[in-house]
Design a protein. Structure first.
Ligand SMILES: [Zn+2]
Length: 165
């Protein structure tokens, strides 16, 4: 007990003051779904000029289009009014700038125990991997051609998106 008190206190303020999402539906009001990295430098809604309620957001290390990401995209497209999908990895991403071995070594040093069995799915060529991930979406049998899919790199230093695909 107590480990989360600061966050729960902030949550009570959030719910109490001007909470206006009650009774809200769960569709993507701007028709947008976003796959991006877990990186704390990314503010996925604000960087696209969106607000809560506008977009479906799926995050993981490296912004990878995993099986779970595809599940989210298919649900978004068919049940939650998603019309455009953005895949957005970013500059200076840990999983795109370390080798699998380096990450294992760093985690092992922190954990004080063996980490050679843990996979991190590092990305060796970020742009090429983004292209493959975009293809995983566009070639998915349950993602119709009417859905627009774009691949972008987010620059964590300038805040700008650069479209690659
Ligand atoms: Zn990252």
């Amino acid at each position: 007990m107590g480990d989360f008190d600061d966050l729960l206190s902030a949550n009570r303020d959030f719910a109490g003051s001007d909470f206006d999402f009650g009774g809200f539906d769960g569709v993507a009001h701007a028709g947008v779904a976003l796959v991006t990295c877990m990186d704390s430098r990314i503010d996925p809604l604000r960087m696209l000029g969106l607000k809560p309620g506008d977009a479906k957001i799926f995050r993981n290390p490296g912004a990878r289009v995993t099986e779970a990401a595809l599940e989210a995209i298919v649900l978004g497209v068919h049940l939650l009014r998603v019309e455009r999908v953005l895949v957005v990895p970013h500059t200076r991403c840990a999983v795109a700038s370390n080798s699998e071995e380096t990450l294992r070594e760093r985690v092992a040093a922190s954990a004080g125990t063996d980490a050679t069995w843990q996979r991190f799915h590092v990305v060796e060529d970020q742009a090429a991997t983004l292209g493959l991930d975009i293809h995983r979406i566009t070639s998915h049998p349950l993602v119709p051609d009417t859905v627009k899919v774009g691949g972008f790199i987010y620059d964590v230093d300038s805040g700008l998106l650069e479209q690659k695909y």
